[in-house]
Design a protein around this ligand. Structure first.
Ligand code: TNX
Length: 588
């Protein structure tokens, strides 16, 4: 069931200086009959009476680089809307239509630009952006805020332009990724009920104006630890959707740890078969077959998310040692580990067999992974003496680089020699880190995951029922109030590749608990990665974020109703204050 929304031609009249609608769109020039005259008059009256769009153009998370609202340009999606798309953007248009069909109940057919047919109210176009003009604001700098005349910034690999007028919505980008991000923005500009999986009676209004947008940093990610507790493919795909909503473009999978090895390796089959059979608390564990992993990678790729697989070495390897005692320093298998301590295990750095294992595992993983990154861990190898550790890491880095991929590792890798392109993931809690700054001077780039701001496994508050607090409590403000561009002393913004929010899962066991820890902090970190620093504003962010609560409720996404956010009442109704163990879906 749905109401009959106002037809596109009945919206408020465009201002004289508003963009001219393409021919064939808008009011008929000269109605021929009295009946047509009456219809146009009625439509005009309805347009004047239509309430403003419930969402404001400024409400998008992450905040766009440039926003220029035009209240006379509000648009209402009609039931017979068609999406017209240039060929290379077809897949994005199909995705957008699939997001909008369940709640609207509209058929929303997708047609090719090149095919004959009426002009459509929703148009997605891949076209090279006009070159940036001298004096234009850089998209990653200031001043941004409202889009002024300087709305011709180069859109780049991921940018887009969204034009909403009374007669239609147009998204333009240079790449499918840009179109996809623009489509996610449009989704957020529709009323929250757009997230409903069943048809809703609603006026599907979009606020008028122009958004020109592109990211501040190229790497924006989240990590899911599938080693402490295993999460199946469906759970991971849902996490990919969460990332894509907020324009995050990397999913780091922590695939191995003491408690479980989660990816099948043909040349070392016991890694998954034996090492994958355990998990924290003695649960059944699990692992991904190559086909499972390919499915995740492909699903993510269609959402412009790159998978970054991690094999954690030389520590965090108890599960591998259980499977292959020859890798253990004493050559005897340790008992399987289902606790939550860290730092006790390591592969034997003095045995050549260990390096054959490293080469085989990363070789197979590289073949399965289209993305450019392989993460080799490197954290908390407390039992390996510093010199041994450094020598091991330097060989492992070389073996990873030999697969043709770029090495990523936790910032404990810093003392090791630089290898081309190397990226360190910094998880410290004190930005005064000379070792990391030195590695950056030697060529490393940084992904920022400060434990006391970006760690999604930290508790929000003392009474948060799951999570850690070794890095302190991380409420939404703490997740939001830091600057990746200047966080580590001596690391210039040019060396910052981006941000990542890791979710370790020692105490996280269900889909609902994943979401409870991610929302609402994931959008906070996403905004730090995407939005120009000049848009940073806690007061504005909490207001914008509040409007997302009803969206998550409608989409069945569990979230922590943080008291810092002025949620509308409807957003928190029905949301449990604490995640229920064993439930995957706590919201109707
Ligand atoms: C530290 S941060 C770890 C993980 C734990 C996490 C818990 C890092 C690279 N290693 O092994 O799961 O703390 O917060």
């Amino acid at each position: 069931m749905s109401t009959t929304p106002t037809a596109p031609e009945t919206g408020p009249q465009p201002r004289a200086d508003a963009p001219v609608p393409p021919p064939g769109v808008g009011l008929p020039a000269a109605p021929a009959t009295a009946a047509e005259l009456a219809r146009v008059a009625a439509d005009r009256a309805a347009g004047q009476l239509a309430p403003p769009a419930p969402v404001r153009l400024h409400d998008v998370v992450p905040a766009p680089a440039q926003v220029r609202p035009d209240p006379t340009g509000d648009f209402t999606l009609p039931p017979d809307a068609v999406l017209r798309v240039s060929a290379a953007g077809r897949h994005v248009a199909e995705q957008l239509a699939a997001w909008l069909r369940p709640a609207t109940g509209f058929p929303l057919p997708v047609t090719d630009h090149a095919e004959p047919g009426p002009d459509a109210p929703l148009t997605l176009t891949l076209s090279p952006a006009p070159p940036a003009r001298a004096g234009d604001a850089p998209a990653d700098g200031s001043p941004a805020g409202d889009a002024g005349p300087a709305d011709r910034v180069a859109l780049g690999e991921e940018g887009y332009r969204l034009d909403v007028t009374a007669t239609g919505v147009r998204i333009t980008a240079d790449t499918p990724a840009g179109l996809f991000h623009g489509a996610q923005t449009l989704r957020q500009l529709l009323p929250p009920a757009i997230e409903s999986v069943t048809p809703v009676a609603e006026r599907w209004a979009v606020p008028g104006g122009i958004i020109v947008d592109r990211p501040r940093f190229p790497y924006r990610g989240a990590m899911l630890d599938v080693a402490r507790h295993f999460f199946g493919v469906e759970e991971v795909l849902r996490v990919v959707d969460h990332l894509a909503r907020y324009k995050l473009n990397h999913l780091h999978l922590h695939l191995t740890d003491d408690q479980g090895w989660r990816i099948a390796v043909d040349s070392w089959p016991r890694l998954a078969e034996v090492g994958g059979a355990t998990g924290v608390g003695g649960g059944p564990g699990g692992w991904y077959t190559p086909d499972d992993y390919r499915r995740i990678v492909a699903y993510a790729a269609r959402r412009h998310v790159t998978v970054v697989p991690e094999i954690d070495l030389p520590g965090h390897t108890n599960a591998a040692l259980v499977a292959y005692p020859e890798l253990a320093p004493g050559k005897t298998a340790p008992p399987p580990y289902t606790g939550t301590d860290v730092g006790f295990s390591f592969v034997d750095p003095t045995d050549e067999r260990t390096y054959a294992f490293v080469a085989d595992v990363f070789g197979e993983l590289a073949a399965l992974t289209p993305g450019p990154w392989l993460h080799l861990g490197g954290d908390e190898a407390f039992k390996v003496p510093a010199e041994r550790y450094r020598a091991f890491v330097e060989r492992a880095q070389t073996l990873v680089a030999a697969t043709g991929k770029t090495v990523v590792g936790w910032h404990q890798l810093a003392p090791a020699a630089h290898v081309d392109g190397r990226v360190l993931q910094w998880w410290g809690t004190n930005g005064d880190d000379p070792g990391t700054a030195d590695a950056v001077r030697r060529g490393a780039r940084l992904i920022l995951s400060p434990g006391n701001h970006a760690y999604l496994d930290m508790k929000y508050a003392p009474d948060t029922p799951i999570g850690h607090d070794w890095a302190g409590l991380v409420d939404v403000r703490r997740a939001y109030d830091w600057d990746p561009g200047s966080h580590v002393h001596g690391v210039p913004v040019e060396a910052v590749l981006g941000v990542e929010a890791p979710l370790w899962t020692e105490s996280v066991t269900t889909r609902a608990e994943i979401e409870f820890m991610m929302f609402p902090r994931l959008p906070a970190v996403a905004e730090l990665g995407w939005s120009p620093r000049s848009t940073h504003d806690w007061a504005g962010f909490r207001e914008r974020l509040a409007g997302h609560g009803p969206r998550w409720t409608a989409a069945g996404i569990t979230f922590h109703p943080s008291p810092e956010i002025p949620w509308p009442h409807s957003a928190t109704a029905g949301i449990p204050r604490q995640p229920a163990h064993g439930h995957t879906d706590t919201v109707a």
